[in-house]
Design a binder for this molecule. Structure first.
Ligand code: TRH
Length: 364
């Protein structure tokens, strides 16, 4: 395969997901030997995900990726026959876009992840832009007719190696928690959610179990969520993105949100509850239904996901209690494992994207 040069453009709209997806993609391309530059308008968000990044430096490099502050991109030139990835329709700097036409670049708009079936019809379609270059829409997704999901080639092997080691030691090394008294498997959970999540329902369900549950909360703990009954709420540090998987692999149930942490939780092969990013006019609820239809969770897990996203505390309390009952829990674990295997049998996003680029660069 020819090595390519990628320029990835990212504007941070909110939270960590925009930067998180672009950073993961850039790292994986660089690890495969491709040239990868990431232009980003908020280095402080990237620095949270990658502590090696200095938010005060306009140009730097980490993990083989060149990182540039967005204003510097205004003066940059597109690489000759390079691939320009505009993440999430962030709009390229106009001067830069003008250089693309004469340099034989391939222009790709990387879209947000959706499980809706219409994305299959739109994946890969071109649209001619003002600079005379077609822009191709690239949709990540859960089916073979989409652009796939980000998954590093060595991920499953790393998970198996990690999980062969003592979980208490892994957790201690990662979070600094004193791990004496770590509950039995089945009772360590990660809570990565938006501030409006119905955590009171979660707290009510977990506080009344017979044995302890540990709830690990990276970053800020929602005010009012605290240890009670059999629930221990444990604030933990936000870990670098390169170690986030290890955190998921320590937990039996992962509450995740947005886009990137959802995909990582799927690769962890354990039960997960997804809080989708909220959109105007409740558009996210259709996306959530489409995802649940593909997930085919057993009923209590489906009900839990719906209640979690509808911010229904009583629904969460009831459904979580049911989903954690032994038979329901085993059925949920087994479906997660099956779906994760099924998805990982397909080409990952980077390999799909590289094929797409090679085909389209040859044609031009
Ligand atoms: O932060 P998010 O809510 O980002 C969202 C979504 O991407 C959403 O789709 C998008 O529209 C919106 O932003 C603008 O959730 P997400 O996508 O899971 O990103 C979180 C990133 O943070 C992910 O790359 C994992 C990383 N992370 C760490 O590296 N360390 C940690 O300790 C934690 C908790 C997360």
């Amino acid at each position: 395969m020819n090595l390519l040069n990628f320029d990835i453009f990212c504007r941070v709209v909110d939270n960590y997901g925009d930067a998180g997806v672009c950073w993961r993609l850039a790292r994986q391309l660089a690890a495969l030997g491709h040239g990868a530059r990431l232009w980003i308008d908020d280095l402080s968000v990237l620095a949270r995900l990658e502590p090696g990044i200095d938010p005060a430096r306009d140009l730097q490099s980490a993990h083989g990726v060149q990182v540039g502050a967005w204003p510097a991109a205004e003066q940059a030139q597109a690489p000759e026959r390079g691939v320009v990835i505009e993440a999430f329709a962030c709009a390229l700097p106009s001067r830069y876009a003008a250089t693309m036409a004469t340099r034989g670049c391939l222009w790709i708009n990387l879209e947000y992840l959706s499980a809706e079936s219409w994305v299959e019809g739109c994946h890969g379609l071109p649209s001619l832009q003002a600079n005379g270059v077609p822009k191709y829409f690239y949709f990540p997704g859960f089916t073979p007719a989409t652009g796939g999901l980000l998954r590093e080639p060595d991920l499953a092997a790393r998970r198996r190696q990690a999980q062969a080691r003592d979980r208490r030691e892994r957790l201690r090394a990662l979070t600094g928690l004193p791990v004496d008294g770590l509950p039995a498997p089945g009772r360590v959970m990660l809570l990565f959610c938006y501030p409006d999540a119905p955590w009171a329902g979660l707290q009510a369900a977990l506080a009344q179990r017979e044995e302890d549950t540990w709830l690990l909360v990276p970053g800020a703990v929602p005010p009012g969520l605290n240890s009670r009954g059999s629930l221990r709420v444990l604030p933990i540090p936000f870990v670098p993105q390169t170690r986030f998987d290890e955190l998921l692999w320590c937990c039996d149930l992962n509450f995740v949100r947005g886009e990137d942490s959802l995909v990582r939780a799927l690769w962890a092969r354990t039960p997960l509850v997804w809080q989708i990013y909220r959109q105007a006019d409740d558009a996210h609820l259709d996306k959530l239904d489409a995802w649940l239809d593909r997930a085919r969770w057993p009923e209590p897990a489906r009900a839990l996901t719906l209640a979690w996203n509808r911010r229904d505390d009583e629904g969460v309390r009831r459904a979580l209690t049911q989903a954690l009952a032994p038979d329901a829990w085993r059925a949920w674990q087994s479906r997660c494992d099956d779906w994760s295997r099924e998805l990982s049998d397909r080409p990952d996003l980077v390999h799909d994207l590289l094929d797409f680029c090679q085909n389209h660069l040859q044609k031009s």
